[in-house]
Design a protein around this ligand. Structure first.
Ligand code: FE2
Ligand code: FE2
Length: 324
């Protein structure tokens, strides 16, 4: 596969797993197109044209020739200059890594992370929060995220990759969508008696089994194993980053009894507790690994070897594999 084909596969699989559905993603892209069309010519020059066909601002090829053929990738959760140098060292030892794939975004994909948060509006609406309320609450939060990520040194790892001549991409919301879909299919399509029952299923998933051994497995942040689970929502697995803390009151009113999240800040935990929702924090690196693994399996099926690093708990669901 070429880098271009991997990038296109990411958009395709991310869209298929998207909580907005293919229709919802289509509507989002048309809103983007309308916004672009209405821009004055001067502003059109600076518009990111890629965002008219790729609904994920945090999923981009950051450096490299799109036509380059890829036989082996190094994939992981966070890629700083350290991981880029690691790949270069491995190549010196004869590894032949053709492409770096990070989950958490870098470069412009990090600076524009807030743009994917629009997805959370539809996700929250699917759990019963009126769409206008979800949108109202998210608007303020999106601004906060934009300002928070604004001053970061976004291009450090991209610059390292450029200097070492290593093609580099990041796949963020696409993998989180795939992880969300996998988890929602397991947890949201059936009833659960207690939070403990939900935890039992979580602990049986191979990635989480491994994370428990690493002391970084699922943990209950609000409620207890004995609590009734009520309606379970995998509400905090995708959509860029943590949403608005005011939303828990609405989720509680909409009948959500238990939230499964990847990670939750203390500020949000206090709000969750106040509204009597049980909160299972499944674990950050391990939950990011779920979506990563589903995507990397698709690369393996297409003959690409995967070297995993940077916190990725690599579990392959492909029978014959050459990777490690
Ligand atoms: Fe993630
Ligand atoms: Fe993450």
């Amino acid at each position: 596969m070429t880098i271009q084909e991997i990038y296109e596969l990411a958009i395709k699989l991310g869209t298929e797993a998207d909580p907005r559905g293919k229709n919802g993603v289509g509507k989002y892209l048309s809103r983007q197109k309308k916004a672009y069309d209405e821009l004055p010519a001067k502003k059109k020059e600076d518009f990111d044209l890629e965002s008219l066909k790729n609904p994920y601002s945090d999923t981009r090829v950051l450096f490299g020739d799109l036509k380059k053929k890829v036989k082996k990738v190094m994939a992981g959760i966070d890629f700083d200059a350290g991981e880029v140098v690691l790949a270069d060292r491995l190549n010196e030892k004869g590894e032949n890594i053709d492409l770096l794939i990070a989950h958490h975004p870098a470069g412009g994909a990090l600076a524009s992370l807030h743009e994917v948060m629009d997805l959370q509006v539809d996700l929250l609406a699917s759990y019963g929060v009126p769409v206008n309320v979800a949108e109202g609450m998210m608007t303020e939060r999106v601004g906060e995220v934009r300002r928070k990520f604004g001053p970061i040194n976004h291009y450090r790892s991209v610059d390292a990759a450029r200097l070492l001549g290593l093609p580099f991409m990041c796949i963020h919301t696409v993998w989180d969508n795939m992880g969300w879909r996998f988890m929602a299919d397991i947890f949201e399509k059936r009833e659960h008696d207690t939070v403990g029952d939900v935890m039992d299923i979580l602990r049986s998933i191979p990635e989480y089994k491994q994370a428990i051994k690493y002391k970084a497995g699922p943990s209950i942040y609000a409620g207890s194993e004995k609590n009734r689970a009520g309606k379970v929502a995998v509400a905090e697995f995708t959509g860029g980053t943590e949403g608005a803390k005011e939303i828990y009151e609405r989720l509680s009113q909409a009948g959500v009894g238990t939230i499964i999240s990847m990670h939750t800040s203390e500020e949000h935990r206090v709000e969750v507790k106040k509204h009597h929702i049980n909160l299972i924090v499944a674990g950050h690196m391990v939950s990011d690994s779920i979506g990563a693994n589903l995507f990397l399996d698709e690369l393996e099926k297409r003959g690409i070897a995967v070297v995993s690093t940077s916190g990725l708990i690599r579990i392959s669901r492909v029978k014959t594999r050459k990777s490690r």
